[in-house]
Design a protein. Structure first.
Length: 254
């Protein structure tokens, strides 16, 4: 009888130890993933980040496209997981530098002045067309001599970039799409693939080109990685060579 009780007690103790070790292992892995996410996003617990909101190209200066609002919701879930807070500001009301806190900038340069500034200073190798005519060139993205044009509702492109001035600065995330639905696709891709993306780049910076396939039918769900454009996007194109003095003088005389 005593042996039976002892076996029961030992079994309960062994089960408790096994459960405790399992809980400890799961907690350790969860905390490690959380710390990795916080480092990647630049969002330690209790910190604050900035959402820079663009405007709806078809609306007034204060309206936001519903798909861009969905993109912000996707990003908000990431911020909440990290235990951080959000400050939302309009693209034309942001007057501050970057690096002090994480920043998420949504929309292309045609609808977001902050994006235009970041492209010019941080991704000088990217040319993003903001013309309305001809329609085929609207939103065209050019990098390293390659042009990516959208076919509305069939193929749409978006740049997803993480940029940091140094290893200790908080990053800027650009979700720079040709359409609002491509902005949402970039936010969804970031949320789904952040564990893979944090390994990219020597300093954690990257610039990826994503393609949204048949958004008219599948919305923001069918997104493919087209290319890693980090090096080309961060390299300024060579300056045009000045005209020879003789040709310039001849042109002046003419």
């Amino acid at each position: 009888m005593a042996d039976g009780v002892l076996e029961i007690v030992l079994g309960v103790v062994a089960a408790a130890i096994s459960a405790g070790l399992g809980w400890f292992a799961r907690t350790f892995l969860w905390r490690r993933r959380l710390r990795r996410k916080q480092r990647f996003l630049g969002l330690p617990a209790g910190s604050e980040c900035l959402f820079v909101v663009n405007r709806d190209m078809g609306g007034d200066q204060r309206s936001v496209h519903r798909r861009d609002a969905y993109a912000l919701l996707e990003l908000s879930a990431l911020v909440k997981d990290c235990g951080a807070e959000v400050q939302i500001t309009a693209h034309d009301e942001t007057r501050q530098g970057f690096g002090a806190r994480a920043e998420f900038c949504v929309g292309g340069p045609g609808s977001n002045q902050r994006t235009a500034a970041h492209l010019a200073s941080l991704l000088p190798g990217v040319s993003f067309s903001t013309v309305s005519e001809p329609v085929a060139e609207r939103g065209a993205i050019e990098v390293a001599g390659q042009t990516y044009r959208m076919v509305k509702g069939e193929v749409e492109y978006v740049l997803l970039a993480r940029l940091a001035s140094d290893a200790h600065a908080r990053p800027v995330f650009l979700l720079c799409g040709q359409t609002a639905i491509s902005n949402q696709a970039a936010a969804r891709y970031l949320a789904a693939h952040h564990e893979e993306l944090w390994r990219r780049g020597a300093d954690g910076s990257f610039c990826l080109l994503l393609k949204v396939v048949n958004p008219a039918a599948y919305g923001a769900d069918m997104t493919e990685l087209v290319a890693d454009l980090t090096l080309a996007a961060r390299t300024a194109p060579p300056a045009a060579a000045p005209a020879p003095a003789a040709e310039t003088a001849a042109a002046d005389r003419a």
